[in-house]
Design a protein around this ligand. Structure first.
Ligand SMILES: [Zn+2]
Ligand SMILES: [Zn+2]
Length: 466
């Protein structure tokens, strides 16, 4: 049997006047090969799931999808979708098996994995095998509408339950108890951590000699530290007239670095945040790579003798030219648009701020080259070259995969060896042509729709239930 030549020659030999039987045969071949490809696709998703779970992509790539884009040449959207479906199938064995047997197309599986859970998988598999791809798509859309309504109700319920109770206890202490929205909670936690750090720095500055021998000052417990931190937050908020500041100021980070230290991490000097927190040398070099900078000169006693004007490390005009040339992160397979200018040879080492010494890198990859041992160089031939931490070159695109001379034949042989019986009707839906009533179908299938029937009723057309 020689499938490949059948497929490619038949239309050439009989370009227009193919008999109906010939065309039916051609159609069968399309259906059969599609089922084979879907079965092979299931195997591919298994491999992707394992690679993802074991972090095989975590070699300078931001995600498994980014790695797939680079290694296999999928576009970003398709790569993300493959990873999503692969992960979902990890908990949906029935859908995974149906795909692996070629009985359910990848399109249907992709749609069904958006909504399926281990509890609903079995009935959704029946939808998948009975209905056409269009039916499946419509049911998934209706299902998600019910999910979204439930989610919106849940979010509204949670938000309505936000509360902060403050009352005085019998002994005069004030008791605080509350429930905060997630993002508000995150801000509170961040503020508590910052306030705790400030208090810690203050106590170190006022009691430098405090050691284990000093029993009069016991280290406060975490909840005591939180109580102190909350007091500082309240004081600071009142002191600053409740001004949350502009976003620019709010997240600005100031790093003080000694110039000699920036050029050589072994040199005397250090790199600290405004509150005195130590910053690793490589981190301060990354931050200095593309930042606004104020140069201050100190005398030996640390008194400031001269303050320069605030300048950008990379002047705006050069930044535009750099953006125009690189367009986005230059790390192999990345291309993220929001990126920072990286000095290939750091300016603290005398590297010039010129186009040839600069390359755009996204935040993730800027960290990779400064702090994770990845290398970037521009040899005399002018093309950027990246290296892994072990020194091996990270190519812009990977070497092509080995493909057998007749891939279709190899695929069929492999499926034969697995005793998979795939034929032209393997993926045929069981649908007999009756009208699909999506509203009724969702009402019957969706666990939430069944209980919250009033929400769904508006979508059910009159007399829909057969
Ligand atoms: Zn840099
Ligand atoms: Zn990047």
């Amino acid at each position: 049997m020689n499938m490949l030549s059948d497929i490619s020659l038949a239309p050439i030999i009989q370009p227009i006047v193919g008999s109906a039987a010939d065309l039916e045969h051609l159609g069968d071949q399309i259906a059969e090969l599609s089922a084979h490809l879907d079965a092979a696709g299931a195997r591919l998703l298994d491999l992707i799931r394992e690679f993802d779970a074991r972090g095989g992509w975590n070699t300078g790539f931001v995600s498994c999808a980014a790695w797939l884009t680079w290694r296999v040449g999928l576009d970003r959207g398709a790569a993300r979708e493959r990873v999503r479906v692969a992960r979902a199938l990890g908990t949906l064995p029935l859908l995974a098996q149906a795909l692996a047997r070629g009985e359910l197309s990848y399109s249907k599986v992709r749609a069904l994995t958006r909504i399926a859970t281990p509890e609903t998988e079995e009935r959704l598999l029946r939808v998948g095998t009975a209905g056409t791809a269009e039916h499946v798509e419509r049911i998934v859309r209706g299902w998600r509408r019910v999910d979204r309504q439930a989610e919106a109700r849940e979010t509204a319920r949670r938000h309505a339950s936000r509360a902060l109770h403050v009352y005085q206890d019998g002994d005069g202490m004030v008791v605080v108890r509350g429930r905060l929205d997630q993002e508000v909670g995150a801000v509170l936690l961040q503020a508590l951590a910052a306030a705790r750090e400030t208090l810690h720095q203050r106590s170190r500055a006022t009691h430098p000699g405090t050691g284990p021998a000093d029993v009069s000052e016991e280290t406060p417990t975490m909840s005591q530290q939180h109580a102190d931190a909350l007091a500082l937050i309240a004081e600071a908020a009142l002191h600053h007239g409740m001004d949350p500041g502009t976003t620019g100021e709010r997240y600005q980070v100031v790093v003080h670095v000694d110039a000699a230290f920036l050029a050589d991490p072994d040199a005397p000097g250090e790199s600290v945040l405004e509150d005195g927190t130590h910053v690793p040398a490589e981190t301060s070099r990354r931050l200095a790579c593309d930042a606004s900078r104020v140069v201050m000169r100190h005398d030996a006693d640390g008194r400031v003798t001269e303050v320069g004007a605030r300048t950008r490390t990379i002047p705006p005009a050069l930044r535009l030219a750099l953006q125009h040339r690189d367009r986005g992160c230059r790390f192999p397979g990345c291309g993220v648009r929001f990126s920072q200018g990286h000095h290939i040879r750091h300016w603290a080492h005398g590297g010039p701020t010129t186009l040839s010494n600069l390359a755009l890198l996204c935040r993730r990859h800027h960290r990779a080259v400064h702090e994770e041992g990845y290398g970037v160089e521009r040899p005399p031939d002018g093309e950027l070259r990246f290296r892994r931490p072990d020194g091996r070159i990270l190519p812009e695109s990977p070497p092509p995969a080995a493909v057998p001379a007749d891939p279709v034949e190899a695929l069929r042989a492999q499926h034969d060896a697995q005793h998979l019986r795939i034929h032209a009707r393997t993926a045929m839906p069981g649908w007999l042509g009756e009208r699909l009533d999506v509203g009724w179908a969702i009402d019957v299938l969706h666990p939430l729709a069944a209980s919250g029937r009033t929400e769904v009723e508006t979508h059910v057309s009159k007399g829909g239930a057969p």
